[in-house]
Write a protein that binds this ligand. Structure first.
Ligand SMILES: [Fe+2]
Length: 171
């Protein structure tokens, strides 16, 4: 016996699963690009983010399985990632996370309106995840915001991709 999802929730979860997998791909690609350019700390950071995104996707498939749903993994396109330096890469990642936060907010509202409180409750945890990602990347963006020279970026990378940046950013 299972407790099936309603149509609205099923579509929401499939869409957000797709988004998480796109984020997984995007961070993976950013990590490779940074490695190629010798930004090793940034590469490690994006690699870790890529792993986290895969975990976020898996949380969704596990939830759907728990509701008795067959889950198909979506076909993924190559991520559209255009950037020329580390500053661009951070801006791109931050934009992606903000867009994702907005989609979760919309999805949470829709799942509540559809009467699926269990899915509403499940999706709420993603707001905290998005909040943390946005905070981390905003801190890095602050460090890189005024840098134009590649030499400066290399110095800033050492600082920005330490375990915990010390810049205080108001959220
Ligand atoms: Fe995520």
């Amino acid at each position: 016996m299972s407790y099936p999802l309603n149509k609205v929730s099923k579509q929401i979860l499939e869409d957000r699963l797709n988004d998480e997998l796109v984020a997984f791909y995007t961070y993976w690609y950013l990590s490779m690009c940074c490695q190629l350019s010798g930004y090793y700390k940034a590469s490690d950071y994006f690699e870790k983010e890529s792993h986290d995104e895969k975990c976020h996707a898996k949380m969704i498939t596990e939830y759907m399985l728990g509701r008795g749903e067959e889950t198909e993994l979506p076909k993924l396109d190559q991520p559209e990632v255009n950037f020329t330096d580390l500053k661009d890469a951070i801006n791109l990642a931050l934009k992606m996370e903000i867009d994702l936060a907005k989609r979760y907010e919309k999805s949470i509202k829709e799942s509540l309106e559809s009467g699926d409180i269990m899915t509403f409750n499940f999706l709420m945890r993603y707001l905290d995840i998005q909040k943390e990602s946005i905070k981390e990347l905003s801190e890095k963006q602050t460090i890189f915001a005024k840098l134009d020279e590649e030499e400066d970026q290399r110095e800033a990378e050492q600082f920005a991709f330490e375990d915990k940046p010390t810049v205080d950013v108001k959220s």
